[in-house]
Design a binder for this molecule. Structure first.
Ligand code: ABU
Length: 485
């Protein structure tokens, strides 16, 4: 009975051991129940409520903070409600995001990480985690095709930040004075990327003082801009919406010719490096100066886990080092090159490595390979299932390169109708309508978006190893069912 117990009765309270153990066992019970149900297809993916409904305190779930402590019984109810009204991103029918799945070893790793509750900035307080990070980054560099000994890298809070690191490193490599004197001391610099690249390129352009106008969304302008200095080219390996791969070899040739920094944003596509069948899609990545690779996407590592990897050692440190004496004392008793925190733009840094390291140990490289191949096979299954049906229309011709399958559902009223503005306007409303019904029924989740002048279409993603052909069949049947409502 937790109704008369409060947080103050738990450790470090005197005689708090027993209640602490009982309380944590209850929490574990809640979590195990959630895990079990996540894989049970009779459980819904979500129990959707509008923000105002949750804010009003549905079924007694009160989000407001109070001055008085709640009993542990109420705290357990809060835990249950939090999971109840959340989204089961590990459910085999959750296809909404690039990051999906609930890897059990990864989960164990995350629980351990929270229990250890340390900070990655110094070896002093995270000796094992710092070494795991070094070893894992070295392995990732080897897989990219670099000499693993020479390079560098760090885990960051997501692909957008990893991409930003790459631009900072490029700028520092060519114009180190920018660190002390700022952008006024350097020429007008240009960043080149492709139209379908991730929006974080522009975000980094804005945040780092380049200006979004100087982030050019096509490679063709490289030659024509006067008074600007091209600095950096990003090639995307696995675009967010289409899952397309830029031709890295051709882009690398241009970068070599004009002495430009080459970055490969493989946040989404990096996982394919683990697959002997699919890694050819990233041919040329070994010629990059930097690579973003998010194991929390295609490799199914729990959020968050994103790496920025660099071919050259020292740039990351030189670019970001501030030598704060209270953390990075030069006269510590151990080799201070293991105090990796000064390479980062942040100070405190979460331990993102352990769950990934533990999963790699548990699966082996070949386990990741099998998992990734399976997801790609499922997307081939989906593509072949819908590509020649009148109920569906593919957004681009040819087989998808990644697990992104982009398609329109064509309702009966639009089938056979010649293309026109009217048809496009009607089609534009179909995916949002079906998605809203899907959220209400909670049976599955898939994303949609417009792209350029294309009407809203569904983007199907398969990165969850728990998904099977029957889940793909279910999604298609569900879209058809809701499309007829
Ligand atoms: N680039 C972040 C992932 C976006 C997505 O899941 O669609």
């Amino acid at each position: 009975d937790f109704s008369n117990l409060y947080a103050r009765d738990l450790l470090p309270a005197k005689n708090g051991e027993e209640s602490t153990m009982q309380f944590l066992l209850e929490v574990v019970d809640i979590l195990l129940n959630y895990v079990k149900k996540t894989f049970d297809r009779s459980t819904k993916v979500l129990d959707f409520h509008h923000p105002h409904q949750l804010l009003e305190g549905i079924e007694g779930f009160n989000l407001e903070l109070s001055d008085n402590p709640e009993s542990l019984e109420q705290i357990l109810v809060d835990c249950r409600d939090t999971l109840k009204y959340g989204v089961r991103t590990g459910h085999p029918r959750f296809f909404n995001q690039l990051s999906t799945g609930l890897d059990i070893i990864g989960l164990a790793g995350e629980w351990l990480t929270s229990t250890a509750n340390t900070n990655m900035f110094t070896y002093e307080i995270a000796p094992v985690f710092v070494l795991m990070e070094q070893i894992t980054l070295r392995k990732m560099r080897e897989i990219i095709g670099w000499s693993a000994k020479e390079g560098d890298g760090i885990f960051s809070p997501g692909g957008a930040i990893s991409n930003m690191y790459s631009i900072m490193c490029a700028r520092y490599k060519y114009f180190p004075e920018v660190k002390t004197k700022g952008m006024a001391a350097v020429p007008k610099l240009l960043i080149f990327t492709s139209e379908h690249s991730h929006y974080s390129m522009k975000k980094a352009g804005a945040a780092l003082g380049f200006g979004t106008e100087n982030v050019i969304l096509h490679y063709g302008s490289l030659r024509v801009l006067q008074g600007h200095v091209p600095l950096y080219v990003n090639a995307t390996a696995g675009t967010t919406v289409y899952g397309a791969f830029d031709p890295i070899q051709e882009i690398a040739d241009i970068c070599e010719k004009y002495n430009l920094w080459l970055h490969v944003d493989a946040a989404w596509g990096g996982g394919l490096l683990m697959s002997r069948r699919h890694r050819h899609k990233l041919n040329g990545i070994e010629r990059a100066d930097s690579v973003t690779w998010n194991p929390h996407k295609m490799m199914g590592v729990l959020l968050q886990c994103s790496a920025i990897l660099l071919r050259e050692k020292g740039i990351l440190q030189g670019c970001n080092q501030m030598c704060a004496g209270y953390l990075f004392q030069p006269d510590k008793q151990y080799d201070i090159s293991y105090d990796t925190g000064d390479k980062a733009i942040q100070c405190g840094r979460h331990v993102d490595i352990f769950k990934f390291w533990l999963m790699w140990k548990a699966k082996g490289t070949e386990g990741f390979e099998a998992q990734i191949n399976k997801c790609l096979e499922l997307s081939e299954y989906l593509y072949s299932k819908i590509c020649n049906r009148e109920e569906f229309e593919m957004v681009f011709k040819g087989e998808p390169e990644h697990t992104n399958v982009c398609f329109w559902y064509i309702p009966p009223s639009l089938r056979g109708m010649p293309n026109s503005d009217e048809r496009q306007q009607k089609l534009h409303k179909v995916a949002p309508k079906i998605k809203a019904l899907m959220m209400e029924s909670g049976t599955t989740m898939v994303g949609y978006q417009p792209q350029g002048d294309k009407a809203n279409f569904f983007r199907m993603i398969i990165s969850n190893p728990a998904a099977t052909k029957s889940d793909i069949d279910f999604l298609i049947e569900e879209i058809e069912r809701l499309g007829l409502e």
